[in-house]
Ligand binder design. Structure first.
Ligand code: GAL
Length: 356
């Protein structure tokens, strides 16, 4: 089977004629080849937990994907954090030019603890397709205040008595209620992505503070840990599923709201610096079902290497009852001035980017 176009939402067969199994994924472009890393889901209830691990596919043309096997495997060892039955979500891989290593980060939840651990796991490999060696997991920025933290955040105590969702609670959240609570143990990290800037600095962007606030954290020069420099983005904005990209010197974020596996409206933001301030640009999706992101949730934005101003919005159409049947929704991003615009297409190919 030779694909020559994208069919968002339809079964997408790999070169072995098997539906691609790389959910919540991201793509690394390396030496002219694209590598797609994603969650290997299994059939039936429970298929959202990791029984296999993170799978990798490769492609030269973005339409036809070859299964490269399991890049980071969930293991049988019950002492391991990545034991089968843990949650390994939203993997992203970046390449470190100085160490010549590929670095994978992913959202990790410990087996049997629901989503309460809120950790980010890291693994490295000398080969892009793996196997990746698991290094461990973090609650980011333990005992580090965010840049621009004011004295009020640093000196007032965490107030556990505030009733959730009241105006007082909202105000306290914006001022860093949960940052204070988690200061000693490290900040929560659930939905996440990575972004490498032109100067080689890498950032880990994650939903934190009970999914209420995004954090952007600088990674160290090896990309395997945090420097302690971090900032809160849109406090209290309730943004999940972040995807970051750069266009014409500006930084963009596309995210979703927080409704679990159910779709909601996407949001987009732009900034002159990764450190903000971030300006809200609203829902990038237009047309029918735009308020449900066409029944999907963002996972990554892929800049196409050989084309100018060409970005693909990648999203997941989750099937929580039978996760292996989840679908991929890839759509081209157009721009109206600085605002990203995404419209539905039943079928499309990369020539849409030549038509501008
Ligand atoms: C979503 C999140 C997914 C997964 C899910 C679990 O909001 O984006 O990656 O964590 O919740 O309910």
């Amino acid at each position: 089977m030779n694909h020559q176009s994208f069919h968002p939402g339809k079964i997408w067969y790999d070169t072995d004629s098997v539906h691609i199994n790389a959910h919540g994924g991201g793509i690394l472009s390396h030496n002219g080849i694209y590598y797609w890393f994603g969650e290997h889901k299994t059939a039936g209830e429970g298929g959202n937990t990791a029984f296999v691990g993170i799978r990798c596919y490769s492609s030269k043309d973005l339409y036809n994907w070859k299964n490269e096997g399991v890049a980071l495997a969930a293991v049988d060892d019950t002492d391991s954090e990545i034991v089968k039955g843990s949650v390994m979500e939203r993997p992203k891989v970046i390449y470190n030019d100085s160490t010549k290593k590929f670095v994978m980060w992913f959202h990790l939840e410990l087996k049997g603890q629901g989503y309460s651990a809120a950790r980010t796991g890291v693994a490295v490999s000398e080969n892009v397709t793996g196997p990746y060696a698991y290094l461990g997991s973090h609650r980011p920025n333990k005992k580090d205040w965010p840049v621009h933290a004011d004295n009020e955040m640093k000196t007032t105590k965490f107030d556990n008595d505030l009733k959730w969702w009241t105006p007082e609670w909202r105000e306290a959240v914006e001022k860093g209620l949960f940052v204070k609570r988690d200061f000693e143990v490290g900040q929560m990290s659930r939905d996440m992505t990575l972004f490498v800037d032109n100067d080689g600095t890498a950032y880990h962007i994650h939903s934190s503070e009970e999914n209420l606030t995004l954090h952007i954290s600088e990674l160290n020069s090896e990309y395997t840990g945090f420097t302690g420099k971090w900032k809160r983005i849109l406090p209290g904005g309730h943004n999940e599923a972040p995807a970051m990209f750069k266009r014409r010197g500006k930084y963009y974020l596309i995210a979703s709201g927080c409704t679990g596996w159910k779709p909601n409206a996407a949001r987009s933001f732009v900034a002159e610096s990764v450190w903000g301030p971030w300006k809200t640009l609203g829902n990038p999706c237009v047309g029918e079902d735009a308020e449900l992101t066409f029944h999907s949730q963002s996972t990554f934005v892929l800049p196409i290497q050989e084309k100018e101003d060409a970005y693909i919005f990648m999203a997941d159409r989750w099937r929580p009852d039978n996760p292996i049947n989840g679908r991929y929704v890839w759509l081209p991003i157009a721009f109206d001035g600085e605002k990203p615009v995404i419209s539905w297409k039943d079928e499309w190919d990369l020539s849409v980017f030549d038509e501008k």
